[in-house]
Design a protein around this ligand. Structure first.
Ligand code: ZN
Length: 130
């Protein structure tokens, strides 16, 4: 079993993974009005344009919510802390929190972006700001 399932890259999310390959966390932005969109939104929630470009995130944010994920069939698999991060740009993103124990995690804690590589897959992840 692979450590992570490789992402499915398509025409709708290739901009995100191109950014990850360059170790950048990109946010989709409306090309007409400039409103930032949540990841994967097909059109602007304000002006309804489907045209978009991107903006690089600072990678700073806070934990909006979190859970500990346990693998359902592999008892020896490491637990993961899954976080819903509110980026300082106001966009929320689901990711993993690395180098932390569940007992030290709380909502509203400051986190920062890092990139972790698992085999051939690099993912944007977050660490607590200590
Ligand atoms: Zn717009």
């Amino acid at each position: 079993m692979p450590a992570v399932i490789p992402p499915t890259v398509d025409r709708g999310n290739d901009w995100f993974w191109d950014g990850v390959a360059e170790r950048k966390l990109l946010i989709q932005r409306c090309a007409r009005c400039g409103l930032l969109r949540r990841h994967g939104a097909p059109m602007c929630g304000s002006c309804h344009s489907v045209e978009s470009d991107t903006q690089e995130s600072t990678g700073r944010g806070t934990i909006h919510s979190w859970i500990v994920s346990k693998h359902p069939t592999e008892p020896d698999a490491d637990d993961r802390i899954v976080v819903l991060v509110e980026l300082e740009e106001g966009i929320r993103l689901v990711s993993n929190l690395v180098d932390a124990d569940p007992g030290e995690v709380e909502n509203e804690q400051a986190v920062e972006l890092c990139f972790e590589t698992y085999g051939d897959v690099t993912l944007p992840q977050f660490r607590l700001v200590r």
